[in-house]
Design a protein around this ligand. Structure first.
Ligand code: ACO
Length: 429
């Protein structure tokens, strides 16, 4: 707590509110006592000026384009580490020693199988169900299968639930995919690394040998790392709010997946890929740039702009590099979507409209092209995002549950409905 004070005055009355200082980032005015002192609430739809919690996990500086997990820049983690190392870091707060890493990898690997009876759950869905609908249902149902890790007051059970979730999400996601295309489920293989195992469960079939390409597995792993956490975004805030009532961790993560499904959040990479296809070729770009700038046209450049980043999204830079690596490895020389993306980015970054509004490519600009090249259909893009983000959700959930000052989340409102009125019986209306 700093000794800085904010002064609030309304008419002739004034109050003092403490200002808290974080390690980095803007100070926050602590308004927790404001209602008691003043009888007034604050109003901030969309939480554009409100910190909903204190956290030690992830930091974003949107103006500088910086993303840190537990203090480490995303670029360094993506370049030198692997996804499970990032999971350890997010869950425990420090990078693992070699022995801790080996032990952690082993513990995750030992939890990758799903209870066999869960297969019947999948079979209850229509074949054409969106895989995100299956994800919401199956992850929520985990609490019906793993009762021994739903007591949130027990630290051991919390950690087992966390490991189970990180370990089982690839299996759940791959099964959702296999079910949607009518292929048999592929069991996890413990000798494979996390990303290779996931690709194998998605693309292997019993009829033919499938060999995981290590370059593609490395790209998949990096995509997971880039999406692992992003502080208090909509789905993470949803997980925290659900968890604040004491709900079990599986139910909370299912709530996070439901929120991620929305096109303004996890669904943007699909929209960006569709837009690149719609533009079709470089000659059409000026027309789309003109439309994006036209106030009377609802069209927006998908994969451009971000609520927090007012600079290049650091994840987009790594994603662009990964995209090139994947296309090179697959021998895709002239991908029209990539060609349009590169040219569009060049034009937009030099256009006064985009420069003055600080609109830069976000991670979704290149991730759709990459995921499609890896072999995933568009409906799976958000599913992959949810596999990666699970560790962030669970780390944030654990942090909240372990915070002694934690309370149930209960926002207030500005009521603008009818004033009190008397009931009128149906015959009199
Ligand atoms: N294309 C054209 N103009 C844009 C774009 C865009 N992609 N994004 C923002 N603008 C303009 C807006 O029209 C607005 O202009 P104005 O001030 O003249 O009215 C200004 O920039 C600010 O935009 P807001 O929508 O107010 O900014 P906000 O922070 O609410 O929105 C958002 C951020 C939703 C990401 C927005 O930039 C957008 O719609 N981008 C396209 C969708 C997208 O890529 N989403 C992925 C986000 S990343 C993720 O979820 C992982």
């Amino acid at each position: 707590m700093s000794d800085k004070i904010a002064k609030l005055s309304i008419g002739n009355d004034s109050w003092e509110l403490p200002i808290q200082t974080g390690v980095i980032g803007p100070d926050v005015i602590d308004i927790a006592s404001m209602y008691k002192q003043t009888g007034k609430f604050t109003y901030d739809p969309g939480f554009t000026s409100t910190a909903s919690c204190e956290s030690k996990i992830t930091y974003i500086d949107g103006d500088l384009g910086t993303l840190l997990y537990r203090g480490y820049p995303i670029e360094q983690l993506a370049e030198h580490g692997d996804f499970l190392e990032t999971c350890y870091l997010l869950l425990y707060g420090e990078l693992p020693t070699p022995a801790q890493k080996t032990d952690f990898d082993l513990r995750v690997t030992r939890h990758t199988m799903l209870h066999e009876q869960m297969q019947t759950l999948y079979r209850g869905f229509r074949r054409d169900a969106h895989p995100m609908a299956i994800m919401v249902g199956v992850v929520g149902a985990l609490s019906a299968f793993y009762h021994d890790s739903t007591d949130i007051s027990d630290p051991h059970q919390r950690m087992i639930a966390s490991l189970r979730m990180v370990a089982k999400m690839p299996t759940i996601a791959a099964m959702a995919y296999k079910y949607s295309i009518g292929q048999p489920f592929v069991y996890p293989k413990n000798e494979m690394d996390y990303a290779s195992n996931f690709l194998n469960m998605c693309f292997a079939v019993p009829a033919e040998q499938y060999k995981v390409n290590p370059v593609l597995a490395r790209a998949m792993d990096r995509i997971f790392t880039l999406h692992a956490d992003h502080e208090q975004n909509a789905s993470t805030s949803t997980v925290r709010l659900a968890g604040s009532s004491g709900a079990n961790p599986f139910a909370c993560i299912a709530a996070g997946i439901a929120c991620l499904w929305g096109p303004a959040h996890g669904g943007a990479n699909e929209a960006a890929l569709n837009m690149l296809h719609e533009i079709g070729s470089v000659e059409n770009i000026p027309e789309y740039i003109r439309r994006a700038k036209d106030k009377n046209d609802p069209f927006r450049l998908m994969g451009f702009g971000h609520r927090v980043y007012k600079n290049y999204d650091p994840r987009a830079r790594i994603m662009q590099k990964t995209c090139h690596e994947v296309l090179n490895e697959l021998g895709i020389k002239d991908d029209p979507a990539l060609e349009v993306a590169m040219e569009l980015e060049k034009i937009a970054l030099n256009d006064e409209y985009f420069v003055s509004k600080k609109l830069y490519p976000n991670i979704d600009f290149y991730s759709g092209i990459t995921l499609r090249a890896l072999g995933f259909p568009a409906e799976m893009f958000t599913v992959l995002f949810s596999v990666a983000r699970t560790v962030g959700w669970i780390a944030q959930w654990k942090e909240m549950v372990e915070d002694p000052s934690q309370k149930i989340g209960r926002p207030r409102q500005l009521y603008t409905g009818s004033d009190k009125r008397d009931y009128v019986t149906i015959g009199q209306r």
